[in-house]
Design a binder for this molecule. Structure first.
Ligand SMILES: [Zn+2]
Length: 313
């Protein structure tokens, strides 16, 4: 191969990964240059002709190889990083790994393929929201140790890890729709790090590991690290998604600082502790007993059960 052709081929290979359009351009330029060369050399010896034909055959083969490689690379890239247009890293250690990520003002998320992470209609044992001194970034669903936990959407295993004081054994999946889902307090993994999973595929067994009292699944939705209230996407009473589409709105969806401060018109819950009465709770959240009764469809005389959560705003 001539130096010129070698150079062009090199160019093709350099641009292969980043710019598929460049490759096409390279190939076109390449063929133009071959034709140009033929035009400039009208008299060829039979040996030269043979060499040129052989090179053309070889070139054709290599071009086909480059094409198929390009297709393979594209599907490989797709496979490697779901929602790659949103996430610029693949961190296998931290749930919140996107400190510097540019969060779009608003982002439409297709949740139509959602599959409940646990089978059957399960009780919500603790909702998303402020809880004691820590913010609860997920929804707790009642499961028994050994119950199967399913992938919520197609995706890829970003984290398969253990956190003694937190999630226990937990899994984080990233999905092509831009969401990530977190599954905590597991007893057994059924997947491998970086494995591709299908919606509804068993990924783990439920448990009681980490900071957990009583077996349950701690389930989170996150978008670029921002926790979204699962109740905004799932109707837990109906055990189904509310809508096929969910719109993430920057500083409004999920646990933004505004939410943490209890501002705005966001829904807030209080977990009942022993000694709590409707009037102490009302005072604490700057509301009234009547409003609490209305929000929770209960009477002033209703018994407050320790450990249950009631809506306070
Ligand atoms: Zn939880």
């Amino acid at each position: 191969m001539s130096n010129k052709k070698k150079f062009l081929f090199k160019m093709n290979k350099i641009s292969l990964i980043s710019q598929p359009r460049m490759i096409l351009l390279g190939i076109i330029v390449f063929f133009i240059s071959i034709n140009g060369m033929q035009a400039q050399t009208p008299i060829l010896s039979s040996r030269e002709k043979e060499t040129l034909t052989a090179e053309k055959v070889k070139t054709g083969l290599e071009t086909a190889a480059v094409d198929s490689m390009m297709v393979q690379l594209e599907s490989l890239e797709e496979e490697m990083y779901p929602a790659d247009n949103l996430y610029d890293s693949w961190n296998t250690e931290y749930v919140k790994a996107y400190k510097d990520a540019a969060v779009p003002d608003s982002f439409q998320i297709d949740v139509s393929e959602f599959v409940m992470p646990v089978a059957g209609l399960q009780r919500v044992t603790s909702p998303f929201g402020p809880r004691r001194r820590r913010f609860h970034y997920g929804t707790d669903l009642k499961v028994q140790v050994g119950d199967t936990i399913y992938a919520a959407f197609d995706g890829k295993v970003r984290i398969k890890n253990y956190e003694r004081r937190g999630y226990g054994y937990y899994v984080v999946l990233r999905h092509p729709n831009g969401l990530e889902t977190v599954y905590g307090h597991l007893s057994k993994f059924l997947i491998e790090q970086d494995e591709n999973v299908k919606a509804g595929q068993p990924i783990a067994l439920g448990g009681n590991t980490g900071r957990s009292t009583g077996s349950h699944l701690h389930f989170e939705f996150r978008f670029l690290g921002n926790a979204i209230n699962p109740a905004d996407i799932i109707d837990f009473a109906e055990w189904a998604i509310k809508d096929d589409q969910y719109t993430f709105v920057k500083n409004k969806s999920g646990a933004s600082s505004k939410y943490l401060a209890g501002g705005g018109d966001k829904i807030q819950y209080h977990r009942i502790r022993s000694g709590d009465t409707l009037s102490t709770i009302a005072r604490r959240y700057g509301t009234t007993v009547n409003k609490l009764c209305r929000l929770n469809n209960m009477k002033v005389s209703s018994t407050l059960r320790v450990g249950r959560s009631i809506r306070v705003s």
